[in-house]
Write a protein that binds this ligand. Sequence first.
Ligand code: SAM
Length: 225
Amino acid sequence: MWSATILTLYPEMFPGPLGTSLSGDALARGIWSLEARNIRDHGLGRHRAVDDTPAGGGPGMVIRADVLASALDAALAPDDARPRLLMSPRGRPLTQARVRQLSAGPGVIIVCGRFEGVDERVIEGRGLEEVSIGDYVLSGGEIASLVTLDACVRLLPGVMGKEASGSEESFENGLLEYPHYTRPRDWEGRGIPDILLSGDHAKIALWRKEQSQRLTRERRPDLLA
Ligand code: SAM
């Protein structure tokens, strides 16, 4: 079973939206498992402190290396081969290719940052891979980890129907997906491109490829580079 362990200060945020729809159904069917562990259980003193002021000064607080390492060590099985991700705006941007790799593996351990982030030494000391979900700053890593999990779980065998294998989707072949249409045939004076109604599958495939290339050129030339 593909297993996800999340280290967070807000375990109540899980499974959250992943408890519904495709991912929730797959969770109930035992295709994947999810454990959200509270970093605060490893906090220090009466107040279970997890953070402290940044060395060198400056605003905000930083999650302590000793506290996070103890939470992480307690979460790991002795032979745990799962990649250890740290959600971070500084990380490598998450791509569909990385999502495919993750979903083909045994699962993931995901650390959700809060405040200014986590002490650099625990990133090095525990081999955390920093992963970003985009060039903007969230208030915590929880939503980023839900995004990462959603992208992985939908690719697990048995989660999506056969007809939606995902092989033609955006990013799978380095391009954005072509436009979709369905009934009604005319809607507010707008029709469906004739070619899609022609029944000529070779021409349809060619049209879709051209549309994919056009959209990618217009919107995401970086994908073509
Ligand atoms: N001080 C950090 C910086 O400037 O890079 C931002 C910290 S942010 C307020 C708190 C936490 O939210 C981060 O430690 C990280 O876990 C998460 N986070 C914020 N933006 C993210 C993003 N784009 N991708 C992944 N995680 C993000």
